[in-house]
Design a protein around this ligand. Structure first.
Ligand code: MD3
Ligand code: FE
Length: 204
């Protein structure tokens, strides 16, 4: 049995197939208004293998100058589209957080993409949890502790799974080691979408 750290809740298959399909349609609408782009590592400018966009008042972006939250798309300059209602209700139902999320990062992984071990610490407030939804192909998710050198464990995230990260797990190192191709029929051309809802500032 895999023992998860306190504050990390994995809810396998929380979203049924119809709900997943509806979310994919919502995300397609978001991507039409705010196209996926390829972020860059600060300083080196090395492109991410994951493509990203956002919805919500604020979106997480990465370019040569650093990581930050901003209110507009880095290429078009347009404000991010609103967070779909179904995601807002999911947040309300599962997080017990009364304040609404300000940011929803949309990550798109083709079957070769991955995300190195990192902490999410560009938010001004770590008291609020992060909620993550997986859609499409499965992935191998890795997590460790609050120091990069802490030992890590892995588990598979499947389409429809939800993860809530709060409390002692909010600042753990985590990443995506690999995508398992052809493990879902949700996305016509394969790949994986991950949505993360966050509070950014500590305003009430
Ligand atoms: C643990 N995304 O966008 S979701 C990210 O599957 C990110 O795309 C991964 O890491 C993905 O930053 C993992 C699960 C997740 C999300 C946020 C976390 C785990 C987390 C924040 C703190 C600790
Ligand atoms: Fe992360």
């Amino acid at each position: 049995m895999l023992v998860l750290p306190k504050g990390l809740r994995h809810i396998p298959g929380h979203i049924d197939r119809d709900g997943q399909q509806a979310l994919v349609e919502d995300i397609r609408a978001v991507v039409r208004q705010a196209p996926l782009y390829r972020p860059q590592m600060p300083r080196s400018g090395k492109p991410f293998s994951v493509r990203m966009t956002n919805c919500g008042q604020l979106g997480w972006v990465a370019d040569k100058t650093g990581y930050r939250y901003q209110g507009h798309h880095p290429s078009s300059g347009d404000p991010w589209p609103p967070i779909p209602k179904t995601l807002l209700s999911l947040w309300a139902d599962l997080t017990g957080e009364s304040r609404r999320p300000e940011a929803c990062l949309v990550n798109f992984y083709d079957v070769t993409a991955r995300m190195g071990l990192h902490q999410d610490r560009d938010e001004g407030d770590f008291s609020a949890p992060v909620l993550s939804v997986s859609l499409g192909d499965a992935c191998l998710f890795r997590f460790g502790g609050i120091e990069r050198t802490h030992p890590t464990k892995s588990f598979r995230l499947e389409s429809g799974d939800v993860v809530v990260l709060g409390g002692e797990s909010r600042l753990i190192y985590h990443g995506v080691d690999r995508i398992y191709p052809m493990t879902s029929t949700l996305l016509k051309d394969g790949g994986r979408i991950n949505l993360t809802l966050r509070r950014v500032a500590d305003r009430v």
